[in-house]
Design a protein around this ligand. Structure first.
Ligand code: PLP
Length: 400
């Protein structure tokens, strides 16, 4: 009994995307030529000006604790970014810099959730949301997005899911895993429901600059009016847009009271975000944007290619990505067909076969709420995408 562990910890499911990526890397290390559609991270190196800023930080001794919620310098840069890209005015005291977007989300839910509070999560969802909500003592409530509506949920669906325990709704646009983007009209309707029902909106805009239709500009729900601004926590970071996944810098803009609370929570958990990475993030946000734009354009080109390849396979279907770097593929027509004489029952099994027999890593989306879909990340080189798609097509031909 004395060695028992927390029930909360036991309930957490390990991240299946990280597990698949780890397995693919292991196989690559064994010398196998694995194509990895698994990882949700850019294949590009962090741009040189950002790397140089970090080296400078080290050499100049910027290696001590910083303010718990981030340096004033970086907060000001984040404010300018919000102003310029999102038409959002925040003062530095409303900004909290954290160790990655995931950490920002953890701070948010720790700051707003009381035990049993419900959080509405549109499904399909990024697999970490339910786990972060549960760790904070909350209860995820799923609302299903349908393919006919770009896998997005409507304001009416959200209103129907609100109960007297609802604390917040999460909106993630551009979306992981679907690559879809909410329109301004859809966001305005959701904002009206959030205000009417008096709930928070967590707007996860981590893929904001990878929005193909809007030229890298995503509409922020908090920008509509004072009421929605007050109740929205806008969350973003440098991981995806600047190829900085390993640096671990995310940030939030919120009302000052919540920012203070999140700052205090963070001060006891991690003291501060990494000092060197903060200098690098400052350069990312204030330095040349050329590389970020180039990477965004390359993702868009790849999205068109991979979408075309998947569309050519009649047994698969997908919607054309509007942003992020994921293609969400409906595999339901493959299910219950035989592979080597055994029926294929789920996308998880498809992923297993693809990895073991065809050396292609894909993410089965059971943990994203859609067990008959897989997610293909096209944040990998073009020749890898071509090779991976050839192998997927070959696998499908073998199904009986
Ligand atoms: N939000 C979404 C939707 C994501 O896909 C991710 C990363 O995969 C994050 C947040 C967190 O990003 P970070 O690497 O900055 O923690």
């Amino acid at each position: 009994m004395s060695l028992s562990v927390s029930r909360k910890a036991k309930e957490v499911r390990p991240s299946s995307t990280l597990a698949i990526t780890a397995r693919a890397k292991e196989m690559q290390a064994e010398g196998l030529d694995v194509v990895g559609f698994g990882a949700g991270e850019p294949d590009f190196n962090t741009p040189a000006n950002i790397r140089e800023a970090a080296v400078r930080a080290i050499e100049e001794g910027f290696t001590k604790y910083t303010e718990a919620s981030g340096t004033e310098e970086l907060k000001r840069a984040v404010c300018r970014k919000f102003e310029r890209f999102n038409h959002l005015h925040y003062e530095p005291e409303q900004i909290v810099i954290s160790n990655g977007g995931k950490h920002s989300l953890t701070n948010i839910f720790t700051a707003i959730i009381n035990p049993g509070d419900e959080v509405i999560i549109p499904s399909p969802y990024w697999l970490s949301y339910p786990e972060i909500v549960k760790l904070a003592g909350g209860v995820p409530v799923y609302v299903r997005g349908y393919k006919s509506n770009g896998y997005k949920v409507s304001a009416e669906q959200i209103r129907a899911a609100v109960s007297d325990k609802t604390k917040a709704v999460i909106i993630n646009s551009p979306n992981n895993p679907t690559g879809m983007v909410y329109t301004e009209e859809e966001l305005r309707a959701i904002a009206a429901v959030a205000v009417e029902c008096d709930i928070y909106v967590i707007s996860d805009e981590i893929y904001e600059q990878l929005n193909y239709d809007e030229g890298g500009h995503t509409v922020s729900i908090a920008s509509f009016d004072k009421e929605i601004y007050r109740r929205t926590i806008t969350c973003s970071g440098v991981s995806k847009s600047y190829a900085m996944t390993g640096w671990r810098i995310g940030y939030t803009g919120s009302n000052p009271e919540l920012a203070r609370l999140m700052g205090s929570i963070q001060s006891h958990q991690t003291s501060n975000p990494n000092s060197i990475a903060q200098k690098a993030a400052y350069e990312a946000l204030t330095g040349s944007q050329e590389e970020a734009i180039r990477m965004g354009e390359e993702f868009m080109r790849r999205s068109e290619y991979i979408y075309r390849r998947v569309s050519e396979i009649p047994q698969l279907s997908a919607l054309k990505p509007q942003g992020a770097f994921f293609l969400f593929v409906d595999c339901s027509r493959l299910l219950h067909r035989d592979y080597k004489g055994i029926p294929v029952e789920s996308a998880a099994r498809i992923a297993e076969i693809l990895l073991e027999d065809y050396l292609v890593a894909v993410v089965p989306c059971g943990d994203f709420g859609f067990p008959d879909h897989i997610r293909l990340s096209y944040a990998i080189a073009q020749d890898q995408i071509e090779k991976g798609m050839d192998r997927i097509a070959e696998f499908i031909q073998k199904l009986e």
